[in-house]
Ligand binder design. Structure first.
Ligand code: F3S
Length: 62
């Protein structure tokens, strides 16, 4: 699984980072970033949870 955050959609809700800090971080503006774009299998469920919880649908899989 590959993951990224669409900077045009992200509004800084930070749920991604809250749910899966192993993969997501926040930049200095408080927008979501990805620190581990090639998601290991053991974290895929958490990343899917983050995708489902982003109110802006800014997290992109694949
Ligand atoms: Fe942005 Fe969604 Fe995370 S709005 S900070 S990608 S929860």
């Amino acid at each position: 699984m590959k993951v990224s955050v669409d900077p045009d959609r992200c509004q800084g809700h930070a749920r991604c980072w809250d749910i899966c800090p192993e993969v997501f971080d926040l930049d200095e503006q408080g927008h979501g970033t990805v620190t581990l774009p090639e998601v290991p299998a053991r974290l895929e469920a958490k990343v899917s949870d983050a995708v489902a919880n982003c109110p802006e649908r800014a997290i992109v899989i694949g």
